[in-house]
Design a protein around this ligand. Structure first.
Ligand code: E4P
Length: 225
């Protein structure tokens, strides 16, 4: 499962990149608005920082297919290869996806709440379909089950599209999808950091350090004992 950061704040992106094995960055219009910066300024800075090898996902905001296609061309020309254009999974979005796929532009179908949206997006040529786990839960359904269902539909129909699960509220949800083998998940930095936030882990490591220092002296390590 690819692990992607859902954020546009450079300081938080840099912090996660420093410590964790992440595969790229996703943004959405709300996340860009929270950054308070001009969209292409922040997106170009993210691209420079993560490099050409990492994925960057950027959403189109037009209401019609023509506008989405124009946005997608600009997004990919500004931000380069390995940039996925997030297209809402609505009728106009499906129309745009078919056109973009024919042009070779990478697509992430977004705003996915139902398996049928994901299936249609996959048939339109989307590389990823992004079910919103937390928002589906808030509607009274089970977001994790929806994501698993979509994963199964892709596999059972020989579709290459992968699930890019989004909108998480906790690390346990992420672990469950990791165990199921979905293609990717995008999460806020605090959820990634929550994966290893556990007092038992830090206590175990501290005990080892104390035992070693008892043997070799305070501040000693295997490099200088
Ligand atoms: C991903 O495609 C979505 O933009 C995002 O993860 C939504 O997350 P939220 O429900 O926490 O806003």
């Amino acid at each position: 499962m690819k692990l992607i950061i859902d954020d546009a704040h450079m300081d938080r992106i840099k912090r996660v990149y420093e410590f964790y094995p992440v595969d790229g960055v996703t943004t959405n219009p709300t996340i860009l608005a929270e950054s308070g910066r001009a969209p292409y300024d922040v997106l170009k800075e993210i691209r420079r920082f993560i490099g050409d090898g990492a994925q960057l996902h950027v959403q189109a905001v037009s209401r019609d297919a023509k506008g989405m296609v124009e946005e997608a061309r600009r997004i990919t020309s500004e931000l380069g290869g390995n940039t996925f254009v997030k297209v809402p999974s609505l009728p106009e979005g499906f129309k745009a996806m078919k056109k973009l796929h024919a042009e070779g532009i990478l697509i992430t179908a977004t705003a996915v709440y139902t398996p049928m949206q994901a299936f249609l997006a996959a048939k339109c040529g989307a590389s990823y379909a992004a079910p919103y786990i937390n928002r589906i839960d808030n509607m009274g359904y089970n977001g994790i089950q929806v994501a698993k269902h979509i994963h199964d539909i892709f596999r059972n129909n020989g579709l290459k599209t992968e699930v890019l699960a989004a909108s998480f509220k906790n690390s346990q949800q992420l672990l469950e999808l990791c165990e199921y083998g979905v293609g990717a998940s995008t999460v806020a930095p605090d959820v990634i950091e929550g994966l290893v936030k556990n007092t038992a882990i830090t206590a175990a490591v501290e005990d080892f350090i104390k035992d070693f220092e008892g043997l070799a002296g305070i501040g000693k390590t295997m490099a200088n004992c």
